[in-house]
Design a protein around this ligand. Sequence first.
Ligand SMILES: Cc1cc2nc3c(=O)[nH]c(=O)nc-3n(C[C@H](O)[C@H](O)[C@H](O)COP(=O)(O)O)c2cc1C
Length: 365
Amino acid sequence: MRKAKLFKPIKIGPVELKNRIVMAPMTRNRAANEHEAPTELHMEYYSQRSSAGLILSEGSPVSPAARGYIATAGIYNDAQEKGWKKVNRAVHEKNGHIQIQLWHVGRVSHPYFHNGEKPPAPSAIRPDAMSFTPDGFKPSPEPREMTKDEIKSTIEDFRKAAARSKKAGFDGAQIHGANGYLIEQFLHSSANQRTDEYGGSIEKRARFLFEVIDAVAGEIGEERTSLRLSPSNLFNTGNDPDSKELYKYVIEKLNGYNLSYLELVEALGDLSEHPNLVPNVTEHYRPLYNGVLMTNGDFSREEAIEVVENGTADMVSFARLFLANPDLPERFEVNAELNEPDSDTFYGGRAEGYTDYPFLEDSTV
Ligand SMILES: Cc1cc2nc3c(=O)[nH]c(=O)nc-3n(C[C@H](O)[C@H](O)[C@H](O)COP(=O)(O)O)c2cc1C
């Protein structure tokens, strides 16, 4: 039988991936140590999943101010860089590839992370969102509007984080432009009411994103820089009236870059009351993008095979299925049964629900 394209190699920039099955970025809150650095446990978790064509790390804060959830392994201090270096070495020893997800939560945060002060955001508009504090999930309060100097220094934080990620041995960096966090806050008029050059028209709202891309790509190269967008997202964000025009502008402008790939997250919520949001995200935006396209969002094995076979996407990323199945590509190839993810152990804790999901060989013995 002919092998489906999903299981065949693909080149992204200078890196050849062994298959098109990607581990999606997942915050797991296991870096509960003084420097919020990756540990031996992280090394084991990622190394177990090295059969992915590409691993995307958990969202990794680019600075202390970029945090909104406890115990997230960042990329702004030496201990973190050292921890990631060990993770990357372990993944590479198993012929895997890994990119870091560069993350700034913006207003999806809490004063706990800001010495009691309000979190930074494009505008002082409170999100309908929760932050993960030592006392559990807490509503994010009204943020404060970032000054222009702060915007510049935040872009600089992305640049420094990209430089560190290169030193730590990552194969590239994915800029987190999705799920209602800082970059999406700038993009969306529901979160961005600025009247300077970072707010107002679509072009101005997209300025922050493109300045971040320029900063990251300036450090590691466009061909190792990638981007995640969620054009029909309802998580942590309001409902933008000009969403289709916004993402058309952004995606077409990305054609001017030679990015590693663009990842689009499908609509994961109920769009029945949001006619301005596109239901089939990847299908809708595919014709606008000339580069390598990755899709994500509730894909089954069969749907993933189909979407790559018919050319709507070049790669598919899986979050929950990869969380629960360290050997997901092998299971997909032989169409084996899948372990069920346990949502009680998604965020926080230690090895349980993290590194103890069985491999196929363990379950068949
Ligand atoms: C435990 C968990 C943590 C997540 N953390 C992140 C994250 O850090 N960054 C991100 O972009 N998406 C994150 N997501 C969203 C996933 O990457 C993905 O978009 C979503 O789960 C849908 O994909 P799936 O149906 O394959 O699980 C997370 C999802 C889960 C389940």
